[in-house]
Design a protein around this ligand. Structure first.
Ligand code: ADP
Ligand code: MG
Length: 303
């Protein structure tokens, strides 16, 4: 279990993490989703004691990270996979971590096998590793102490599609056995396929959270017509909320917060011919995420 309560981090006058609250539960994969610069890494660094919070609390298994007697046995951490000592071999890095945690070096071989690093690869210096190999080594380090909680910052970066699939299966299995998994990503679809719960962050603030099913279900109806103005007027008259869906579905589409049946009736009464009428699946989440990303890019361009 991971609990974050009213967490805030300021760098001078800039608020990188703004009153963030969420819980990651055992047996579930929680996806921490947000565009670049949203505050994901800062939040995770605070959780594992690498950055002090300005205010608020982050707890792992009911305690602050700094109060865990042997943290590697409670929480596996993968933050920046390229931060490993480049002059050591993969096996050396794992062996040192195992000794620090008081584990037998037999665990090292088990973990190397688990992440499919061959004896030849684990004998190479990390400076000669691909990013994907570094991610595998980072995961081996995180799993070493058989912790109940995993905190992984963009673990899919640098993995090829087969590697992403491998990681997804590994994390799924981990959560199915009762583990708590928190992983971040700046890519909606990467998170969507693996997460049970989602926490969405933009410019330091939580903008949505809930189960994936909840967030996808609240998407309403996608409707397409060549006469958008007439349909829009009819929807306003019927007191239905809607947004233009141009970003995800094209300029002739609206997303309406109502069932397809009701939207169809409104269109029929207004005499509007429809080109398409269907449940909007994840469109609401996707639009929200595109909007967040666009805002971030506008700010980046302005800066
Ligand atoms: N040490 C720091 N000093 C000043 N600003 C920082 C520092 N670390 C991160 N930031 C800023 O905080 C914001 C959030 O960064 P970060 O947590 O790395 O975002 P993410 O991981 O979601 O991409 C960014 O605008 C970043 O520039
Ligand atoms: Mg980051």
């Amino acid at each position: 279990m991971i609990k974050v309560d009213s967490l805030t981090k300021k760098y001078g006058g800039f608020t990188a993490v703004d009153d963030v609250c969420f819980t990651a539960r055992p047996g579930r994969v929680t996806g921490f989703l947000g565009p670049n610069g949203a505050g994901k890494s800062t939040t995770m660094r605070i959780m594992v004691g690498l950055t002090p919070a300005t205010s608020g609390i982050a707890e792992v298994s009911g305690r602050r990270f700094a109060d865990l007697p042997n943290p590697g046995l409670e929480v596996g951490v993968l933050l920046d996979a390229s931060a490993q000592h480049a002059g050591r071999t993969g096996r050396e890095i794992l062996t040192i971590a195992a000794r620090t945690m008081g584990l037998s070096t037999r665990r090292v071989d088990e973990m190397l096998e688990r992440v499919s690093l061959t004896p030849e690869e684990s004998g190479r210096r990390v400076r000669n590793y691909s990013l994907g190999m570094r991610q595998r080594l980072g995961i081996a380090t995180a799993l070493l102490g058989e912790p109940e909680v995993l905190i992984l910052d963009e673990p899919a970066n640098g993995l090829d599609p087969a590697g992403i699939r491998w990681m997804r299966d590994l994390l799924r299995g981990y959560a199915d056995q009762g583990g708590t998994v928190l992983l971040s990503s700046h890519l909606l679809h990467e998170i969507e396929v693996i997460a049970d719960d989602l926490v969405v962050i933009g410019q330091g603030r939580i903008v949505a959270q809930g189960t994936k099913a909840e967030l996808l279900a609240s998407a309403g109806t996608l409707v397409r017509t060549s006469d958008v103005p007439t349909l829009a007027r009819a929807l306003v008259d019927a007191d239905l909320d809607f947004v233009e869906s141009a970003a995800t579905a094209g300029a002739d589409a609206l997303r309406v917060e109502a069932d397809p049946e009701l939207v169809g009736q409104v269109a029929q009464r207004a005499g509007v011919a429809l080109a398409e009428l269907r449940a909007a699946d994840g469109a609401g989440l996707e639009e929200m995420f595109l909007e967040l990303t666009a805002e971030t890019q506008r700010e980046g361009a302005a800066a």
